[in-house]
Design a protein around this ligand. Structure first.
Ligand code: SF4
Length: 363
């Protein structure tokens, strides 16, 4: 089946979900879930649903794609990184000197329950780039920008023509070293890649002009299926460099057995571990998925102890309004942090310590 048709068969309502998956839900819970979906849509490819182990109530795949009643807890924030403040043209953010970030769509193949852009994915397109010319002009006029991240939503939910337009315009800008795509399609909908010769040919052609990196987002070893590997192989064959960022999530990958297996398998299939993110205090997400910093740091250390140098290429970071901050160490009450990327010049590379309590999940 063509991937576009397949995507249209995504499960988007509680009724459809109950049809394909046995769910023990009281009528009152059904109502609550329907209400959640109205604000934060559900959309699950049949492929991703097939990875769920129906006999396991704590199945990680289930938690990543099916809304939980806990999403009604709205403590936290919907913009934990100050994205609106970094917007220079609608759909274009310029927070770090060298990097431009384009919100190229608000659509995703799946709406992940832990998403930090919950405020816009599948909901509102008012932050999305619809001024292509202005965006390209801004990037062309700022020669400190050395790379552009095409994000969203999911950059591969754009059609091939739009993807090619971006590649054509950006590959002509001399001061760019590379172009990045942010996409979770290798994980949740890999057929978008391996079934689409046209897309692969576009990537192949433009990767000869400018280095193309693809940043994907595997969170659990169960996601590394033969289909996912097929998508990764197709990308690598097309000349694309594939890297992965993972979010450390309670009940999904918050133990070193799972995390080490994930990173080991990724390197085995040619994907470079890039970041492990501390889960942000996003409304509807934090109470469900955040792991306390001290516990998280311990998991990362135990994970690193099991990996070779390639497996531990990643940095364990948290991303807030001021930058990307690496979590470097734990000394009894205090933890050590260092700016890896800073919004303000004064913070570049700055080391600092903070008192962190046992249950504290953010700084
Ligand atoms: S694919 Fe990425 S942007 Fe889309 S819902 Fe999942 S985490 Fe959010």
């Amino acid at each position: 089946m063509d991937w576009r048709k397949e995507l249209k068969e995504n499960v988007t309502t509680v009724k459809e979900l109950k049809h394909v998956l046995p769910l023990n839900m009281e009528p009152e819970d059904t109502n609550k879930m329907e209400k959640i979906i109205k604000s934060y849509p559900m959309s699950i490819p049949k492929y991703y649903l097939s990875l769920i182990d129906e006999t396991n109530d704590n199945d990680p795949i289930k938690k990543l794609c099916i809304p939980s009643i806990k999403e009604t807890d709205l403590s936290g924030s919907f913009d934990t990184s100050g994205e609106l403040d970094n917007t220079v043209v609608v759909g274009l953010q310029h927070k770090y000197k060298q990097t431009a970030l384009v919100l190229s769509t608000n659509k995703c193949a799946m709406y992940c329950r832990h998403c930090f852009r919950k405020r816009l994915v599948g909901v509102s397109d008012k932050e999305v780039s619809n001024h292509f010319g202005e965006i390209i002009t801004y990037i062309r006029e700022h020669d400190e920008i050395s790379n552009v991240l095409l994000s969203g939503g999911d950059a591969f939910l754009n059609n091939n023509q739009k993807i090619e337009s971006y590649l054509r315009a950006l590959s002509e800008i001399e001061h760019l070293d590379l172009i990045r795509f942010g996409t979770r399609t290798p994980v949740v909908f890999p057929m978008r890649i391996y079934e689409d010769e046209e897309l692969l040919n576009i990537l192949k052609e433009y990767s000869k002009k400018k280095k193309i990196y693809l940043i994907t987002h595997f969170n659990h070893p169960k996601e590394l299926t033969s289909e996912a590997k097929r998508a990764i192989n197709s990308l690598i064959t097309a000349g694309v460099i594939v890297k992965n960022q993972t979010v450390l999530l309670k009940g999904i990958n918050d133990n070193s057995d799972t995390m080490a297996k994930l990173l080991k398998d990724l390197t085995r299939f040619g994907v470079i571990p890039y970041y492990i993110f501390q889960c942000r205090p996003v409304s509807g997400v934090k109470n469900q998925f955040q792991v306390p910093l001290k516990k998280a740091y311990q998991i990362i250390q135990e994970t690193k102890a099991r990996l070779n140098g390639q497996g531990k290429c990643f940095r364990y970071v948290l991303s807030n309004e001021t930058g990307k901050i690496e979590i470097l160490g734990n000394m009894e009450d205090e933890m050590i942090f260092k700016y890896h990327q800073a919004k303000y010049e004064k913070d570049q590379g700055r080391l600092f310590t903070l008192n962190i309590s046992e249950n504290q999940c953010w700084i």
